[in-house]
Design a protein around this ligand. Structure first.
Ligand SMILES: C[S@@+](CC[C@H](N)C(=O)[O-])C[C@H]1O[C@@H](n2cnc3c(N)ncnc32)[C@H](O)[C@@H]1O
Length: 178
Protein backbone atom coordinates (compact mmCIF):
# COMPACT_ATOMS: atom_id res chain seq x y z
CA UNK A 1 0.00 0.00 0.00
CA UNK A 2 1.16 3.52 -0.85
CA UNK A 3 -0.29 6.50 1.03
CA UNK A 4 -0.48 9.69 -1.01
CA UNK A 5 -1.24 12.96 0.76
CA UNK A 6 -2.78 15.17 -1.91
CA UNK A 7 -5.81 17.19 -2.95
CA UNK A 8 -8.04 14.70 -4.79
CA UNK A 9 -9.44 17.48 -7.02
CA UNK A 10 -5.93 18.08 -8.44
CA UNK A 11 -4.60 14.53 -8.50
CA UNK A 12 -4.12 12.54 -11.73
CA UNK A 13 -5.72 9.46 -10.22
CA UNK A 14 -5.49 7.27 -13.33
CA UNK A 15 -1.78 8.05 -13.59
CA UNK A 16 -1.17 6.31 -10.26
CA UNK A 17 -1.87 2.82 -11.53
CA UNK A 18 -2.29 0.66 -14.63
CA UNK A 19 -5.40 -1.20 -15.78
CA UNK A 20 -7.76 -2.56 -14.60
CA UNK A 21 -8.46 0.43 -12.31
CA UNK A 22 -11.18 0.92 -9.73
CA UNK A 23 -11.91 3.85 -7.46
CA UNK A 24 -13.36 2.94 -4.05
CA UNK A 25 -13.91 5.99 -1.87
CA UNK A 26 -15.88 7.47 0.98
CA UNK A 27 -15.92 10.90 -0.63
CA UNK A 28 -15.80 14.22 1.23
CA UNK A 29 -19.33 15.56 0.70
CA UNK A 30 -18.22 19.06 -0.31
CA UNK A 31 -16.24 17.88 -3.35
CA UNK A 32 -18.01 14.58 -4.10
CA UNK A 33 -19.95 15.86 -7.11
CA UNK A 34 -17.05 17.64 -8.89
CA UNK A 35 -14.83 14.60 -8.30
CA UNK A 36 -17.46 12.29 -9.79
CA UNK A 37 -18.03 14.52 -12.84
CA UNK A 38 -14.26 14.63 -13.41
CA UNK A 39 -14.08 10.83 -13.33
CA UNK A 40 -17.12 10.51 -15.63
CA UNK A 41 -15.33 12.69 -18.21
CA UNK A 42 -12.77 9.90 -18.50
CA UNK A 43 -15.03 6.94 -17.75
CA UNK A 44 -13.14 4.61 -20.10
CA UNK A 45 -10.25 4.65 -17.63
CA UNK A 46 -12.17 2.83 -14.89
CA UNK A 47 -13.37 -0.70 -14.52
CA UNK A 48 -15.72 0.47 -11.77
CA UNK A 49 -16.28 3.34 -9.32
CA UNK A 50 -17.68 2.42 -5.89
CA UNK A 51 -18.37 5.68 -4.07
CA UNK A 52 -20.12 6.80 -0.92
CA UNK A 53 -22.09 10.05 -1.05
CA UNK A 54 -24.79 11.60 1.06
CA UNK A 55 -27.99 9.71 0.21
CA UNK A 56 -29.58 12.70 -1.52
CA UNK A 57 -26.66 12.89 -3.99
CA UNK A 58 -26.72 9.10 -4.52
CA UNK A 59 -30.42 9.36 -5.39
CA UNK A 60 -29.70 12.17 -7.85
CA UNK A 61 -27.05 10.02 -9.59
CA UNK A 62 -29.44 7.08 -10.01
CA UNK A 63 -32.70 9.02 -10.59
CA UNK A 64 -35.18 8.20 -13.37
CA UNK A 65 -36.76 10.84 -15.67
CA UNK A 66 -39.89 12.62 -14.42
CA UNK A 67 -38.71 12.68 -10.81
CA UNK A 68 -37.49 15.65 -8.74
CA UNK A 69 -34.07 14.02 -8.29
CA UNK A 70 -33.50 13.66 -12.05
CA UNK A 71 -31.09 16.25 -13.39
CA UNK A 72 -27.65 16.93 -14.81
CA UNK A 73 -25.93 14.40 -12.56
CA UNK A 74 -28.32 11.55 -13.48
CA UNK A 75 -27.95 12.22 -17.20
CA UNK A 76 -24.14 12.48 -17.14
CA UNK A 77 -23.68 9.45 -14.89
CA UNK A 78 -26.22 7.16 -16.57
CA UNK A 79 -25.07 8.16 -20.05
CA UNK A 80 -21.56 6.79 -19.49
CA UNK A 81 -22.19 4.22 -16.71
CA UNK A 82 -24.77 1.87 -15.30
CA UNK A 83 -25.55 3.09 -11.79
CA UNK A 84 -26.95 1.36 -8.67
CA UNK A 85 -27.31 2.25 -5.03
CA UNK A 86 -25.86 -0.83 -3.37
CA UNK A 87 -26.02 0.19 0.30
CA UNK A 88 -27.82 2.81 2.39
CA UNK A 89 -25.87 3.80 5.52
CA UNK A 90 -27.54 5.38 8.58
CA UNK A 91 -25.96 8.34 10.44
CA UNK A 92 -25.25 6.06 13.45
CA UNK A 93 -22.71 4.10 11.38
CA UNK A 94 -20.30 7.02 11.85
CA UNK A 95 -18.69 8.63 14.88
CA UNK A 96 -19.67 11.40 15.29
CA UNK A 97 -22.96 10.79 13.43
CA UNK A 98 -23.63 13.21 10.55
CA UNK A 99 -27.09 14.77 10.13
CA UNK A 100 -27.85 12.87 6.91
CA UNK A 101 -27.98 9.32 5.60
CA UNK A 102 -25.26 8.16 3.22
CA UNK A 103 -25.27 5.63 0.38
CA UNK A 104 -22.78 3.65 -1.66
CA UNK A 105 -23.21 3.94 -5.43
CA UNK A 106 -21.70 1.50 -7.92
CA UNK A 107 -20.94 3.01 -11.34
CA UNK A 108 -19.87 0.64 -14.08
CA UNK A 109 -18.65 2.38 -17.25
CA UNK A 110 -20.37 1.34 -20.48
CA UNK A 111 -18.31 -0.32 -23.17
CA UNK A 112 -18.72 2.53 -25.68
CA UNK A 113 -17.72 5.97 -24.39
CA UNK A 114 -18.28 9.45 -25.89
CA UNK A 115 -15.30 11.48 -27.02
CA UNK A 116 -14.36 14.56 -24.93
CA UNK A 117 -16.03 16.99 -27.38
CA UNK A 118 -19.36 15.17 -27.12
CA UNK A 119 -19.03 14.92 -23.33
CA UNK A 120 -18.40 18.68 -23.19
CA UNK A 121 -21.50 19.29 -25.32
CA UNK A 122 -23.56 17.14 -22.94
CA UNK A 123 -22.25 19.11 -19.95
CA UNK A 124 -23.30 22.42 -21.57
CA UNK A 125 -26.65 21.00 -22.61
CA UNK A 126 -27.59 19.54 -19.22
CA UNK A 127 -26.38 22.66 -17.36
CA UNK A 128 -28.62 24.86 -19.55
CA UNK A 129 -31.60 22.47 -19.61
CA UNK A 130 -31.71 21.82 -15.86
CA UNK A 131 -30.55 25.33 -14.93
CA UNK A 132 -34.11 26.36 -15.79
CA UNK A 133 -35.85 23.02 -15.36
CA UNK A 134 -39.38 24.48 -15.07
CA UNK A 135 -39.03 26.25 -18.42
CA UNK A 136 -39.87 24.72 -21.76
CA UNK A 137 -36.72 23.49 -23.47
CA UNK A 138 -37.02 26.00 -26.32
CA UNK A 139 -36.48 28.76 -23.71
CA UNK A 140 -33.96 26.94 -21.50
CA UNK A 141 -31.81 26.02 -24.53
CA UNK A 142 -32.16 29.38 -26.30
CA UNK A 143 -28.42 30.02 -26.01
CA UNK A 144 -27.57 26.65 -27.60
CA UNK A 145 -29.81 26.73 -30.65
CA UNK A 146 -33.22 26.53 -28.95
CA UNK A 147 -36.13 25.48 -31.11
CA UNK A 148 -34.03 24.72 -34.22
CA UNK A 149 -31.72 22.39 -32.25
CA UNK A 150 -34.67 20.59 -30.65
CA UNK A 151 -36.43 20.14 -33.97
CA UNK A 152 -33.28 18.74 -35.54
CA UNK A 153 -33.16 16.17 -32.74
CA UNK A 154 -36.86 15.39 -33.20
CA UNK A 155 -37.79 16.64 -29.71
CA UNK A 156 -40.90 18.73 -29.04
CA UNK A 157 -39.56 22.20 -28.03
CA UNK A 158 -42.39 22.58 -25.50
CA UNK A 159 -41.12 19.69 -23.34
CA UNK A 160 -39.26 20.28 -20.07
CA UNK A 161 -35.79 18.95 -19.26
CA UNK A 162 -36.91 16.43 -16.66
CA UNK A 163 -39.12 14.59 -19.20
CA UNK A 164 -36.22 13.73 -21.52
CA UNK A 165 -34.62 10.30 -21.36
CA UNK A 166 -30.84 9.93 -21.37
CA UNK A 167 -31.10 8.67 -24.97
CA UNK A 168 -32.93 11.87 -25.98
CA UNK A 169 -30.25 13.99 -24.31
CA UNK A 170 -27.64 11.98 -26.23
CA UNK A 171 -29.45 12.77 -29.50
CA UNK A 172 -29.51 16.47 -28.63
CA UNK A 173 -25.82 16.51 -27.70
CA UNK A 174 -25.03 14.82 -31.03
CA UNK A 175 -26.92 17.58 -32.89
CA UNK A 176 -25.11 20.24 -30.85
CA UNK A 177 -21.69 19.05 -32.06
CA UNK A 178 -22.65 18.19 -35.65
C1 LIG B 1 -16.06 11.16 4.27
S1 LIG B 1 -14.37 11.27 4.84
C2 LIG B 1 -13.77 9.63 4.63
C3 LIG B 1 -12.60 9.31 5.49
C4 LIG B 1 -12.08 7.86 5.38
N1 LIG B 1 -11.69 7.55 4.00
C5 LIG B 1 -13.14 6.89 5.86
O1 LIG B 1 -13.79 6.24 5.04
O2 LIG B 1 -13.35 6.81 7.08
C6 LIG B 1 -13.64 12.17 3.54
C7 LIG B 1 -12.18 12.51 3.80
O3 LIG B 1 -11.70 13.25 2.67
C8 LIG B 1 -10.83 14.29 3.13
N2 LIG B 1 -10.84 15.35 2.10
C9 LIG B 1 -11.62 16.46 2.01
N3 LIG B 1 -11.35 17.16 0.88
C10 LIG B 1 -10.36 16.48 0.25
C11 LIG B 1 -9.63 16.71 -0.97
N4 LIG B 1 -9.88 17.77 -1.74
N5 LIG B 1 -8.67 15.81 -1.31
C12 LIG B 1 -8.42 14.71 -0.54
N6 LIG B 1 -9.08 14.45 0.60
C13 LIG B 1 -10.04 15.33 1.00
C14 LIG B 1 -11.44 14.71 4.45
O4 LIG B 1 -10.46 15.30 5.27
C15 LIG B 1 -11.93 13.37 5.01
O5 LIG B 1 -10.92 12.76 5.76
Amino acid sequence: MRLIEADATRLDLAGLTGTPRQVVANLPYNVGTPLLVGWLRQAALWERLTLMFQLEVAERICAAPDTDAYGRLAVLAQWVCTTDIVLRVPPGAFVPPPKVWSAVVRLTPREKQPDPVLFGAMERLTAAAFGQRRKMLRGALAGLGGEALLERAGIDPRRRAETLSVAEFERLAGCLVS
